[in-house]
Design a protein around this ligand. Structure first.
Ligand code: FAD
Length: 307
């Protein structure tokens, strides 16, 4: 039976589940490229997610959890399987304990922006480094997102998961091993929520720090065009952007995809770029950097789907 027919059968009778078939993923990715997904489901409860995942596993149908799709390239042939868009799980609350500890609990689909907005409103400091990272909590945790000298690992206290075997479990920070833009979770594990450690702060200094970061981003990053943020991982002591800039290839284009003249580690979509254009530019940069500097640049962006 074709995958799509199987997906329809599997998802048909799950209550309150809206499934979009043959959905163009370019409408969802921050880079505005990507072919059609067989199906896309917006997840709005843990129970619904759990049911869907169990059924997809039983039928051997591929699935992919996604947040705000700000760090993803989906190839032009699209994705065979189901994209689970976590953005319906978006609760964010602040919890205070009798011993004085304070945490922010956030569901996976909540935006980092909503987390830092709550922190600011509650005068809690620690999460300011997330200002301007356009991802969701789940995506940020999965990628160990970071900026300005801090990463998720520095603030994460606990994560709540739907494990590969379909059971719910939680992991404390000491049980998680963090790497550069990754954590050690099996691919099919889904992050349901996270708890972040924060401290009592002062509105003015929290606001100032966030403003400073946003200002820096506006100056350095090509925010005027769609992108997926930094394309390549930095090499210890050598920012990927600097390595690329030294080769003099800023501004190089392939179709409407361009190595940003403003920041060499960003590839921007100047209009109608295809995923293939972006991937050609990525390959071009990797080859050139290898040839001229003998460095293997790895991608930070996650690449999925079919050509
Ligand atoms: C303008 C711009 C600036 C950026 N600046 C930064 C920066 O300063 N620092 C930085 O680190 N990143 C940055 N990024 C990249 C990106 O925003 C972050 O990596 C972000 O955390 C990704 O979150 P997301 O929700 O968009 O994840 P997605 O792109 O949707 O997914 C990324 C990965 O996480 C997985 N994932 C998503 N949700 C879940 C879940 N609930 N459970 C399990 N896995 C999940 C996906 O399967 C995928 O592998 C930037 C991007 C842009 C466009």
């Amino acid at each position: 039976m074709p995958v799509k027919r199987k997906i329809v059968d599997v998802l048909e009778d799950i209550p309150r589940t809206k499934v979009l078939y043959d959905e163009p993923m370019s409408n969802y990715t921050s880079l505005r490229v990507g072919g059609k997904a067989d199906a896309l489901v917006v997840i709005n409860s843990e129970e619904q997610l759990s049911k869907i995942v169990n059924r997809l596993k039983n039928e051997n149908i591929d699935f992919f959890p996604a947040g705000n799709l700000t760090n993803i390239i989906i190839r032009d042939g699209g994705y065979r399987g189901v994209i689970l868009l976590m953005t319906g799980l978006k609760k964010v609350v602040c919890q205070r304990f009798s011993d004085g500890r304070q945490v922010i609990f956030a569901e996976a689909g909540a935006s980092l922006d909503s987390v830092i907005s709550l922190a600011l409103a509650e005068e809690l400091t620690g999460m300011e480094f997330c200002a301007g990272i356009p991802g969701s909590v789940g995506g940020a945790v999965r990628m160990n997102a970071g900026a300005y000298g801090k990463e998720m690992k520095d603030v994460l206290e606990k994560i709540y998961l739907l494990d590969v075997d379909g059971t719910k479990k939680d992991l404390h920070r000491q049980d998680i091993s963090f790497g550069y833009r990754k954590i050690n979770l099996p691919l099919q594990t889904i992050i349901l929520a996270a708890k972040f450690r924060v401290e009592k702060g002062e509105t003015k200094s929290i606001k100032n720090r966030m403003k400073e970061i946003m200002q820096w981003r506006r100056e350095k990053h090509p925010l005027e065009y769609p992108s997926a943020g930094s394309v390549f991982k930095n090499i210890p002591g050598q920012p990927a952007g600097k390595i690329i800039e030294e080769l003099g290839i800023k501004g190089k284009s392939c179709g409407d995809a361009q190595i940003s003249p403003k920041h060499a580690n960003f590839i921007v979509n100047k209009g109608k770029a295809k995923a293939a254009d972006v991937l050609k530019l990525i390959a071009f940069v990797q080859e050139k950097v290898k040839k001229e500097k003998n460095i293997n640049l790895e991608t930070e962006v996650v690449i999925i789907g079919e050509d």
